[in-house]
Ligand binder design. Sequence first.
Ligand code: URA
Ligand code: SF4
Length: 226
Amino acid sequence: APGAQEFIPPQADTIDQLRAAAAGCRGCELYRDATQTVFGRGDESAQVVFVGEQPGDLEDQKGLPFVGPAGRVLRRAVDDANIPVSRTYITNAVKHFRFELRGRRRIHQTPDRVHITACRPWLVAEFARLRPEIVVVLGATAAKALLGPAFRVTRQRGELLPWPASAQHPEDFAQVPVDSAGRVTDAPAARLLATIHPSAVLRADNQEIAYDGLVADLRVAARALS
Ligand code: URA
Ligand code: SF4
């Protein structure tokens, strides 16, 4: 798979231009069976960008991220954490729905590393346009996309982390352009914070405890905003 990079027009300055280009992405095989590309949406001067895994069945049909039950949990948690919703943007690590057909049902399949890697240029392009203060990583797939395969959400959730531009395994991280001296030239001056995926709240034995944990993590982000 060629990856998304070649589908990104270098002159695309705005999120709308990126979204239009992403509609035609064939950077990995996931575009074939899915209905459409589900690009990010929200405030173009967002302070906080949320990164989920991939669109679900409903998102695939509507063409919008987080319009299902997980999205409801997330919006409530953002509100309870006192993050200004009007200053947020929400997207996914992988922008096409990956599923397996069982009869007529489309069963969610976690994206593989190849899909995450192929799709990451869109995420990096979104960050470069949005330049948020904080990127909130929701769950393991988004954490893999941005913090590498060794990162454990369970161990490091709720911590404000520096942008991983000088990581030891650059191929595992968001590719951030650096100059010959190794200085970041076009990175968001953002920090990262990882937390659980809102769908993990819905699957938890004790939903209230899981939800409170999500809100507590998001409050760390809220307190760090300018
Ligand atoms: N889960 C995600 O990770 N993203 C969506 O857009 C919807 C559900
Ligand atoms: Fe392109 Fe990402 Fe869709 Fe793959 S999942 S075709 S890289 S937009």
